[in-house]
Design a protein. Structure first.
Length: 76
């Protein structure tokens, strides 16, 4: 999908959020989709900022990685 190759700067999200993502090595939409909500919290984003990211991605037919596998310590 072409949208995954785009830089996160092309997303209509707050510039402060983009800066936090860039500082954590997340530069493309694909990099962002590989993150879970918990990953983004660990990177310093607030719940409202993460909700904005999720909505923006969903409007493009994309989503974040689910959290459920990360919580299961038996998988690790």
């Amino acid at each position: 999908m072409e949208a995954l190759k785009n830089n996160i700067n092309t997303l209509s999200i707050n510039k402060n959020v983009i800066e936090v993502l860039n500082n954590n090595g997340i530069e493309t939409v694909k990099d962002l989709c590989k993150c879970s909500r918990m990953d983004l919290v660990d990177k310093g984003l607030e719940n409202s900022q993460i909700k904005d990211i999720i909505i923006t991605l969903q409007l493009k037919g994309l989503d974040l990685r689910p959290n459920h596998a990360k919580k299961n310590v038996l998988i690790d």
